[in-house]
Design a protein around this ligand. Structure first.
Ligand SMILES: Nc1ncnc2c1ncn2[C@@H]1O[C@H](COP(=O)(O)OP(=O)(O)OP(=O)(O)O)[C@@H](O)[C@H]1O
Ligand SMILES: [Mg+2]
Length: 353
């Protein structure tokens, strides 16, 4: 056998081996992919749709009366969609003349962005009182509510707005309460905030409360939803954000009847939209799809009258709004931002009644 022939034979055998290995690998990969991303079988669906907050409430406080001041919770499982920005600016809108409402702001996000923004605007650096007392539920109502310090944003302000701040240790308190919920049978933790906000002390001291939530269904989020009369969902009008609002809604509707039957969806506010003058066609299309999905999820009795997606309450991307974050409230610092949030507030306010 010549050396050339042996070389050729080796090359052919090598090629065959490579083809066999490749086919084996391709086949294995297909199997793996099928195993890693299985179709949504029953087990998977049960895992995805389950919520750890579903439980009968043998001792749900007998509340939910219409004489309570409106309590607005701003929430969405999607992060970075403008929840905190909208909370801070709506708060400023409501507490400014001519409304001049007595506003209670509650920061229920351990990131503390709302606290930083509002305290920055009021020029306050040191506040020891934290929102975790509202979550723990151990203080007497009067003591807890009186602790919220007044925020004087301008010299002539009489301090109509008060804030319960959050800082990172808030997360530890949440975890402790969550463990109690999981491990102590019949131990109810979902209505701790509600007890405070259903009190005569709250009703006599405030005309409205706004609660800022983290981008997750946490112990605090559940408390906020259980205490609130209305839910506002901010979302960006893009393909990344829309599924978050939809999934969040589905999760809430699983729990609503048992945990917070009085909660109404006030609406969805399109946030950080592309241009100042209105929604772009591409945004309108995304939002139209969201509108029809949310109409399937939220029954008419569980939402405010009118369109779910409040297109005319859009909040455009704007530099002054971005610049104010963490330092102050754009509504109180910039004329354009004031116009934007006055328009949003005018849409939101009638739905809160
Ligand atoms: N209309 C806007 N124009 C420009 N920037 C904005 C606008 N709204 C929010 N932002 C910026 O986007 C970022 C996220 O906003 P914000 O903190 O309000 O979102 P969030 O939903 O509360 O986030 P998280 O889920 O982390 O709590 C911030 O840097 C904020 O300044
Ligand atoms: Mg936030």
């Amino acid at each position: 056998m010549s050396a050339e022939f042996i070389g050729l034979l080796t090359a052919i055998l090598g090629l065959l081996a490579a083809i066999i290995t490749l086919r084996a690998l391709t086949g294995k990969k297909k199997d793996d992919v099928a195993r890693i991303t299985p179709p949504e079988d029953q087990e998977t669906r049960a895992l995805i749709e389950r919520t750890i907050w579903e439980r009968k409430a043998p001792r749900r406080p007998a509340i939910y009366e219409s004489s309570r001041p409106p309590i607005l919770v701003v929430a969405n499982m999607k992060g970075g969609v403008g929840k905190t920005t909208i909370t801070a600016n709506l708060g400023a809108f409501l507490s400014s003349a001519p409304n001049n409402e007595k506003v209670l702001l509650i920061d229920f996000d351990y990131q503390g962005s709302l606290s930083q923004t509002v305290l920055g605007q009021a020029g306050i650096t040191d506040v020891s009182m934290s929102a975790h007392h509202l979550l723990l539920g151990r203080k007497a109502t009067e003591d807890a509510l009186n602790f919220a310090p007044p925020m004087r944003f301008r010299d002539r302000d009489s301090g109509q707005t008060r804030l319960f701040r959050a800082t990172y240790p808030f997360a530890t308190v949440e975890n402790e309460i969550f463990v109690e919920w999981l491990t102590v049978p019949d131990h109810e933790v979902r209505y701790n905030l509600l007890r405070y906000l259903d009190s005569a002390d709250f009703k006599s001291a405030y005309e409205v409360a706004i609660i800022d939530c983290p981008p997750r269904i946490t112990t605090a989020t559940i408390n906020a939803l259980s205490a609130a009369s209305h839910l506002l969902i901010p979302t960006q009008a893009d393909g990344l954000s829309i599924p978050g609002a939809e999934y969040f809604s589905r999760q809430l509707m699983r729990m609503r009847e048992e945990a917070f039957p009085a909660l109404k969806l006030l609406g969805v506010v399109p946030s950080i939209t592309l241009v100042a003058t209105g929604l772009k066609k591409i945004e309108e299309d995304e939002l139209a799809e969201l509108e029809s999905k949310l109409r399937e999820i939220w029954p008419a009795a569980a939402r405010s009258a009118g369109e779910i997606v409040m297109e005319s309450a859009f909040v455009p991307r704007s530099q002054p709004i971005r610049d104010a974050a963490g330092k102050g409230i754009a509504y109180l610092r910039d004329a354009k931002a004031k116009q934007i949030f006055a328009r949003v507030g005018a849409e939101v306010l009638p739905r809160l009644q």
